[in-house]
Write a protein that binds this ligand. Structure first.
Ligand code: FES
Ligand code: FES
Length: 504
């Protein structure tokens, strides 16, 4: 039995557990955000005994007898001052990191009402923000400190704004203080928790998936495999090439591939049941680069081959212009695969209605694509599915594709009960496509006065295991290269698809 003071009220907890889990799931204090569950991001920051700490690194036993404060426990005045300072200065964008930032700021200002800029910087050194950056956050904390010292009163005013006028983000205060609801903050009656079995190998033949032990596990309501998809199994915003789940007899293409889904009454049961699913694989050599994907004899990873698209954009006679130029220079550039690093891991909640309808709450970047693909997968009428976007804790292109929305929808429609599916940080990194690595060969020519006369640009880009938005990225890329080489005559871009492990 553990007892401590939570936001000024005494609470008793029967068994020890992770503090963040207790605060979010049991106490329903959802200002405490789960960005990583590993003590890295600071989104779960709370104040214990006057110090800002990361709740995910503590247990209830560790705070026994101590005062714990979350953003919900701020006084009215603090809410007004922090709300005003952060909103007015434009520090709140997606807002996912912000309650944690405010708790770190409060811990500082409670102990040191007049901090130096260096002290402010130091106070938030464990709080990551992917959208705003840190300069505005630091300015907001300095403003709040001044207002709190001077006894000023301030409230955020949303009075709209015209074109060209400065506007305050309307939902800034609710995001900042934790009242703004992200998908994983939602709980609805009868809700089940989803979990996904991912591929063990980036490339392997799946011979058999045995779910018997998982189905028998206490609390498990459903275990689904590829043959349980009632409609079309291949999805994709632009090209239908991404299986909802890999079936027996098929090959995996990256470690984010789904093989089976579980819905259970608790997160713990869902996770344990996933661990009971037995898969027989025949491991195969992965294809780890565009060069390997294009090589003679490379394994054909999709029925139509390994090249997603080739685009050629040409103006004038570039070879002649290069041959006649006074100076010619060729350079090679490589850009790496890039993680988008949004702070909110992917989450979806699907809620079936009594009339056979389905409402899906998502943090994705395209409710219309989500809707189209869920309808396609379930094989039901479009008007039966509603997709609602909650606050999105950052995306940057990394939440364009289906990641959890379709799996939550499928589980909910099979179980007839709401299902929430939230990825861990590690799973999120494995599952969503990355910004495309590119190999760029750029030849530039000019005359004796340095005037550019030609540019020839060849690009091989890697969209990963599935098409995702590789096509539109290619189109933007060719437009960009044309723009860069305004004086040039020619650009040529090839866009290849490597189908391999996202995290090889
Ligand atoms: S530091 Fe606790 S969730 Fe990231
Ligand atoms: S506003 Fe900080 S992560 Fe989005």
């Amino acid at each position: 039995m553990f007892q401590f003071t939570l936001n000024g009220r005494s609470v008793t907890v029967g068994t020890d557990k992770n503090l963040m889990e207790y605060l979010r799931e049991d106490a329903r204090l959802t200002s405490v955000k789960n960005g990583c569950d590993e003590g890295i991001c600071g989104s779960c920051s709370v104040i214990v005994n006057g110090k800002a700490v990361r709740a995910c690194t503590l247990t209830v036993a560790k705070v026994n007898g101590k005062p714990v404060t979350t953003a919900e426990g701020l006084s009215r005045r603090e809410r007004d001052i922090y709300g005003w300072a952060f909103s007015e200065i434009g520090a709140v964008q997606c807002g996912f990191c912000m309650p944690g930032m405010v708790m770190s700021a409060k811990a500082l200002l409670d102990a040191n009402p007049n901090p130096t800029a260096a002290e402010v910087r130091s106070a938030i050194r464990y709080n990551l923000c992917r959208c705003t950056g840190y300069a505005k956050v630091e300015q907001a904390i300095e403003r709040a400190a001044r207002a709190l010292r001077n006894g000023d009163t301030h409230e955020v005013e949303f009075d709209g704004a015209g074109v060209g006028e400065r506007a305050v983000r309307e939902e800034a205060k609710e995001k900042l203080l934790g009242a703004g609801e992200f998908v994983d903050d939602m709980q609805v009656p009868g809700m089940l928790y989803g979990a996904v079995l991912r591929a063990r190998y980036p490339r392997a033949l799946v011979n058999k998936i045995d779910c018997a032990a998982a189905r028998a596990f206490p609390g498990v309501e459903a275990v689904l495999v590829a043959k349980d998809v009632p409609g079309e199994r291949l999805l994709g915003h632009v090209v239908y090439d991404w299986p909802v789940m890999i079936a027996e007899g098929e090959e995996t293409r990256y470690v984010g591939d789904a093989l089976a889904l579980v819905a259970a009454t608790t997160k713990e049961s869902a996770g344990k049941a996933i661990g009971l699913i037995r898969v027989e694989y025949a491991e195969r050599e992965p294809v780890l680069s565009p060069q390997a994907a294009l090589a003679d004899g490379a394994p054909r990873l999709h029925p139509n081959g390994n090249v997603l698209a080739t685009t050629v954009l040409k103006r004038g006679d570039v070879e002649r212009a290069i041959a006649e130029a006074t100076h010619v220079m060729t350079q090679h550039y490589s850009t790496p695969r890039q993680e988008h690093a949004f702070l909110e891991p992917e989450s979806a909640l699907a809620v079936p209605g009594a009339d056979g309808s389905l409402t899906v709450y998502t943090a994705g970047q395209s409710v219309y694509d989500d809707h189209r693909e869920i309808v396609r997968m379930l094989g039901i009428a479009g008007e039966k599915v509603r997709v609602i976007s909650k606050f999105v804790g950052g995306g940057f292109g990394g939440k364009e594709d289906m990641s959890v929305q379709h799996h939550a929808a499928l589980l909910a429609s099979k179980c007839g009960r709401p299902v929430k599916l939230t990825l861990s940080r590690a799973e999120s990194l494995c599952v969503h496509p990355k910004r495309h690595p590119m190999e760029i060969e750029c030849t530039t020519a000019c005359d004796e006065n340095g005037k550019l006369t030609a540019a020839r640009i060849r690009i091989v880009a890697d969209t990963g295991a599935y098409a995702s938005l590789g096509g539109p990225v290619l189109q933007n890329l060719t437009r960009l290269t044309t723009w860069i080489s305004r004086g040039a005559r020619f650009t040529r871009t090839t866009f290849r698809r490597e189908r391999c492990a996202a995290l090889a």
